[in-house]
Ligand binder design. Structure first.
Ligand code: ADP
Length: 427
């Protein structure tokens, strides 16, 4: 129920193992922990301190032993729930913890020194990102530095849409700020859905997995901590194939299936030949909020905005001007490709989906978001991760100048840029 005026302060008493579910309205909202202990998606909240939440954020304050929360501001809804799947989630955490400890105690170069590689799968809005977050924060709280891998190119939580990415989680994830953006490992697909170029998506997943494998081999600590992999909500047809591909590419040892019997039994069936892979069905939380395609689209725009301007406008991006000749822009694959499912049986898509196509600079690039590759040579572009992104704001054909927004001033960290279909309209 919506509350009264924006200054109304309310208190909520939460019994043990209950949660307060909040959907923030369009105005500021804050809360604090008055007594007891509570956490937001796996991260403990500090006592007494007011925490401010951005408009439209949806979250829950959960308590294991009981707590009193004070809140101020308007909400779309806020209610208390006494039925949650948290016990089953924390039980999974305990099992993972045991495996991490065993990995740590094993000889550094043995197979046994590899901690759990968890992949979270399920339909859209089943709470995958939220569960990934809890598992990571609980592990970080106990001193591990697990690697978070986000394969959801539509609504990823590490960087902008259109990418897959990985980053070590060294501290419980901040309930407001999210994943810190310090130097994640990012590969750019360039489209908000893999269906625009399925083969490229697979290539990038493989690249990311191989790069992490190399990093793990020199780092027993992160190897033992293992990883948590979040996936897309696309679980039918090609989406299902991509899940299997990801499970294989990352050598997942634990598959957590949220809220779908059918997917779970399909995965159990295909993975039964692999005795070292556990498939576990978990209940979806009743608190998970569905987002329609429009809301998702909007969230993508906000993510891009956040990349340049920060969550609270705390960053100041720079408008830079370059000559056409300073930049070389490439597209991967010959234009948007028909999905295989749209082709006659047996037919192969005509264009090579991983072909590098040089792009002429013209006004078609306006309002597109481009990635800056770390590649030193064009033939390394597909296998290279990206340094960051720019946003094209003006193209002057006559003077051959391109104006773009970048997170900072000065020269770009590479001269090869990748363009896909990712657009953004600055608002
Ligand atoms: P998925 O990754 O499967 O698409 P998310 O984990 O992103 O789903 O959850 C969808 C939305 O529901 C998010 O906005 C998330 O913050 C919210 N949410 C998840 N669990 C809860 C909960 N227990 N209470 C309130 N909101 C929740």
């Amino acid at each position: 129920a919506a509350s009264g005026g924006p200054t109304s302060i309310r208190q909520v008493k939460l019994d043990k193992e209950c949660e307060l579910r909040v959907e923030v309205a369009d105005a500021p909202f804050r809360l604090r922990l008055l007594n007891g202990s509570a956490e937001i998606f796996g991260t403990e909240i500090p006592p007494e301190i007011w925490l401010s939440f951005p408009p439209r954020l949806k979250f829950a304050v959960f308590t294991w032993y009981g707590a009193t929360i004070e809140m101020e501001g308007n909400t779309e809804t806020d209610y208390t729930a006494d039925e949650t799947p948290m016990i089953s989630y924390v039980n999974v955490h305990a099992v993972l913890e045991g495996r991490r400890n065993r990995a740590k105690a094993s000889p550094p170069d043995s197979d046994a020194s590899q901690g759990p590689r968890v992949i979270v799968v399920g339909p859209t809005d089943s709470g995958k990102s939220t569960l990934s977050r809890m598992l990571l924060s609980w592990a970080a709280k106990q001193g591990w530095k697990p690697t978070f891998v986000d394969l959801d190119i539509g609504q990823g939580s590490i960087t902008i849409p259109g990418c897959i990415a990985a980053t070590p989680i060294e501290m419980p994830i901040d309930p407001v700020e999210g994943i810190p953006l310090e130097m994640p490992l990012v590969y750019f697909h360039g489209h908000p859905t893999p269906s625009a170029n399925v083969d490229l998506y697979k290539v990038l997943v493989k690249e990311l997995a191989q790069t992490l494998e190399k990093q793990f081999s020199g780092n027993p600590e992160s190897r033992a901590a293992g990883m948590v992999i979040n996936t897309m909500g696309w679980i039918e047809g090609v989406g299902y194939e991509l899940l299997l591909h990801a499970i294989d590419a990352f050598g997942a040892t634990v598959v957590l299936v949220l809220g779908q019997e059918k997917l779970c039994s399909m995965l159990k069936d295909v993975l039964k030949s692999k005795p070292n892979v556990d498939v576990v069905k978990l209940q979806k939380s009743g608190g998970v909020v569905s987002r329609n395609p429009k809301v998702r689209q909007k969230a993508r725009g906000l993510r891009i905005r956040e990349y340049f301007y920060g969550l609270t406008n705390d960053l100041s991006p720079h408008s830079n001007i370059a000559n056409f000749s300073d930049l070389s822009i490439f597209r991967i694959g010959g234009g948007p490709q028909a999905p295989r499912s749209a082709l006659p049986i047996g037919a192969e898509p005509a264009a090579d989906p991983t072909r590098l196509v040089p792009v002429n600079i013209n006004r078609d690039l306006l309002h597109l978001v481009l990635a800056v590759s770390y590649a030193k040579e064009p033939d390394q572009i597909i296998s290279s991760n990206v340094a960051g992104f720019i946003y094209i704001t003006d193209i002057d054909i006559q003077r051959k100048k391109i104006t773009y927004l970048a997170p900072c001033a000065g020269e770009l960290p590479g001269k090869f840029l990748i363009v896909g279909s990712l657009t953004w309209v600055e608002t």
